[in-house]
Design a protein around this ligand. Structure first.
Ligand code: ZN
Length: 208
């Protein structure tokens, strides 16, 4: 019974994982009621010209909490949500958009989807080859933690790229402004860790 349930969860997840990656751009535009915004597009154009990073489409939505997301799939898009552009200075918005551009440039979403697929398929192989539920659950937990840690690493990578391409103090200020306490198994590092990584890079580069 437990084996069949685990098999079903793994098989369904190994199908929905790549499907989510491919379908997200279509679903997001429909569900989030996105639209163009001249001010946000202007800042976006400015930073793509200044930094030379590849341009993507940028839209806003009034839905959700103030935040920004990178949709990286067959269609690259950045979504500014919940009136974020009204609650940030131009410099803070620039820093946040560069963080999202970094996710697209570094193909973080594709790499995470592939990592998850590898985790799911290897768990299925373990299950079919030598069924030992304790071993399988242990490996799944290990792989789940790997996925979470990889996600945290991509967040710090995106912060690093943003801080290199714009004023780091703008990114620090934006992180502090929207700081929330992360749950134990969060895919994001804490605001304190992000700020301390950026500040230590600033200290290192000013010494060299
Ligand atoms: Zn991010």
């Amino acid at each position: 019974m437990l084996q069949s349930l685990i098999e079903l969860v793994l098989i369904c997840s190994s199908i929905t994982n790549p499907a989510t990656y491919l379908l997200t751009p279509v679903v997001v535009d429909k569900l989030w009621d996105t639209q163009k915004d001249e001010y946000v597009e202007g800042i976006f154009r400015k930073i793509t010209e200044k930094t030379g990073v590849k341009a993507s489409k940028i839209v806003i939505t009034q839905r959700g909490e103030p935040n920004a997301f990178a949709i990286e799939s067959w269609k690259n898009e950045i979504i500014v949500a919940g009136g974020l552009e009204k609650r940030t200075s131009e410099g803070e918005l620039e820093a946040i958009l560069l963080h999202e551009i970094a996710h697209i440039e570094k193909r973080h979403s594709l790499k995470r989807t592939l990592l998850r697929e590898l985790i799911l398929l290897s768990s299925l192989v373990i299950l079919f080859l030598n069924y030992q539920v304790e071993l399988l659950l242990f490996i799944m937990l290990l792989l789940f933690v790997t996925d979470i840690e990889y996600s945290k690493k991509t967040e710090l990578d995106a912060d690093r790229m943003s801080a290199e391409l714009t004023k780091p103090e703008n990114l620090v200020s934006a992180i502090k402004k929207f700081s929330v306490s992360e749950p134990f198994f969060s895919t994001h590092p804490s605001s304190e860790k992000r700020v301390s990584m950026i500040e230590s890079r600033v200290r290192t580069s000013s010494q060299s």
